[in-house]
Write a new protein. Structure first.
Length: 220
């Protein structure tokens, strides 16, 4: 993927490397509040706001993560092109009224846009991480592993549980954690403020917390 393949929608290597650098900075800041606060004060107001939102979202999601043994095997895969996924998000928005930015933020938080192929420790499956029983109720007969079907199922479920009128309630039904709800809305807000953030998030990679430290599973 030296220069990227436009026909497949792969981001250029320079973009991937810069996104990974940015992601690592935010993850470090999420774990080091004092350093983060000093850095925020040195940024222009708009940049500081974006950095604070990303750090808060990551900190919340990290708090939910369960460290695993270093020997645990995780299945990962290449995601579908960003443009193709964007088409699925917008199709789901048109059908169910759930904002595409929220759907993208859910997929980003759950599996980094489908890079994670393994089930969660609780048994959630697919690129939008559905529990099998929930999928049977809201998946509309689709394939839980298929990105388009999973996005449509997520939009169906979020609408049934309160979206778009009440994203707090709908996202809490998706994952009963206020930290999770806040993280999704913060990431969605970043994409709304600047749609280019969608492509930046798309280039972020999969990290896993182990009992012996953090490990990156995808990327250069």
């Amino acid at each position: 993927m030296k220069d990227g393949d436009p026909s497949r929608g792969e981001p250029p290597e320079e973009v991937v490397l810069r996104a990974l650098y940015e992601q690592r900075i935010y993850r470090f800041a999420a774990r080091n509040a004092g350093v983060a606060e000093r850095a925020f004060k040195r940024l222009p107001p708009e940049s500081a706001r974006a950095a604070k939102d990303n750090v808060k979202a990551i900190r919340g999601l990290l708090a939910l993560a369960r460290p695993v043994k270093p020997s645990q095997v995780f299945k990962v895969q290449d995601p579908l092109p960003a443009g193709r996924l964007l088409g699925y998000f917008k199709k789901a928005e048109r059908r169910f009224g759930v904002e595409w930015e929220v759907l993208a933020a859910v997929m980003f938080a759950e599996t980094k846009f489908g890079r994670v192929k393994s089930n969660s420790y609780a048994g959630a499956q697919g690129p939008m991480q559905f529990m099998p029983a929930t999928w049977r109720a809201y998946g509309m007969g689709g394939d839980i592993q298929d990105p388009q079907d999973a996005i449509m199922g997520a939009a169906n479920y979020l609408r049934a549980t309160g979206a778009p009128q009440n994203y707090q309630r709908a996202l809490h039904a998706y994952n009963p954690s206020q930290a999770y709800v806040d993280a999704i809305l913060l990431h969605a807000g970043q994409i709304k403020r600047d749609p280019r953030n969608y492509y930046a998030y798309y280039a972020w990679q999969v990290f896993v917390l182990t009992t012996e430290g953090e490990r990156r599973l995808t990327g250069p």
